[in-house]
Design a protein around this ligand. Structure first.
Ligand code: ADP
Ligand code: MG
Length: 329
């Protein structure tokens, strides 16, 4: 189901969410990415019907759902803190939305067993939330959202309460689940690496506005402006005149696009610091006026602190900015 937002406005004091037009892709993994306070949760709550926009329309598969209450939208929502009832077992937690719908005991049981099987928690259904790991609690929360067979699944920072290793595992699991069930997922996060690794499509929000939308590759390789360029991945941003470029005011490039040598390059500097990261090295190089440039090299390249090096970057890897906005593509 494609979900369309049209001319959405929602004001909270100085903050205003303002989305002119966006379509979340059907049967795909959509990520809403942005810094804290950029309006991600507000966007999800408006889609779920927990908040109403001051103006604008929400269309689900061409049906106008703007004025529908949450329970009539059939959209599943999983909060950051899972919000499980502590005094109910996993089974009873998952049953809550079906009981509200006055479904028969048999149908409830059938649905819960099916969804628990899919999520790999069939053996945990009699346990209370306090007896489950963070990852299992999260699966119960997802099961509770999925058991209604929602048209869209909304996830608000679903991985932020898990520790680093489990986070990567659950990330893979969420993507698989989306593929298997051919669902439309909208996943909110402030973590650019998480967004890049899981999304089919990323919507980047800043201060209540969409700054760019596209595949992870497009966002990384063709950032629309300096905010996007700096927000995603490692970045180098320099005044254009340092590189002898006149038709822009600043120039960006990624650390992996630069090469180091002893004699040729567009920049020259001194190796300040090296970080060995197993499959690559990150080298900080001090150029003019104490500016630092980050270059990524193969682990066997043997540069040392204090070395004078030349940095070369192919012209095709340079991103030019004028008044903060990318000038090409
Ligand atoms: P994010 O999820 O990206 O961190 P939010 O959507 O939660 O951002 O919040 C965006 C802005 O709106 C923030 O400045 C926040 O303080 C404000 N805000 C969100 N919800 C409310 C509310 N119910 N009442 C007042 N201000 C709110
Ligand atoms: Mg939030």
């Amino acid at each position: 189901m494609p979900l369309r937002l049209q001319n959405i406005r929602k004001k909270y004091g100085k903050f205003e969410l303002a989305i002119d037009e966006h379509t979340f892709m059907d049967k795909s993994y959509n990520v809403v990415l942005g810094p804290s306070g950029s309006g991600k949760t507000t966007t999800l709550r408006i889609i779920a019907g927990l908040e109403f926009p001051d103006s604008g329309r929400i269309l689900l598969d061409d049906e106008d759902i703007t004025d529908l209450p949450p329970f009539k939208r059939n959209i599943g929502l999983v909060f950051q803190n899972y919000a499980l009832y502590p005094h109910l077992t996993a089974y009873e937690n998952i049953a809550v939305p079906l009981k509200i719908k006055k479904m028969s005991k048999e149908e409830i049981d059938k649905r819960i067993k099916r969804v628990a099987e899919i999520l790999g928690i069939a053996g945990e259904l009699e346990k209370y939330p306090s007896q489950l790991s963070g990852g299992q609690q999260q699966r119960v929360a997802i099961a509770r959202a999925l058991v209604k067979e929602p048209r869209i699944l909304l996830l608000d920072e679903p991985l932020s309460n898990l520790d680093a290793r489990i986070r990567i595992e659950v990330r893979g699991f969420l993507k698989e689940l989306q593929r298997e069930l051919e669902m439309t997922v909208i996943h909110v996060t402030h973590d650019q690496e998480e967004a890049m690794s899981i999304a089919d499509n990323i919507v980047l929000l800043n201060a209540g506005k969409i700054v760019q939308s596209g595949s992870p590759f497009e966002i990384y390789r063709k950032p629309k402006d300096i905010f996007v360029f700096n927000f995603i991945g490692y970045s180098n941003l320099l005044p254009a005149k340092l590189l002898g470029i006149n038709n822009a005011d600043s120039v960006g490039f990624r650390p992996e696009d630069a090469r180091l040598s002893n004699n040729e390059g567009i920049l020259k500097g001194k190796v300040k610091r090296l970080q060995y990261l197993g499959s690559y090295k990150l080298i900080e190089i001090e150029i003019d006026e104490g500016r630092l440039v980050l270059v990524r090299v193969k682990p066997d390249e043997d540069w040392k602190e204090g070395d004078i090096v030349h940095i070369d970057v192919p012209i095709s890897s340079l991103i030019l900015f004028k008044d903060g906005v990318a000038t090409q593509g």
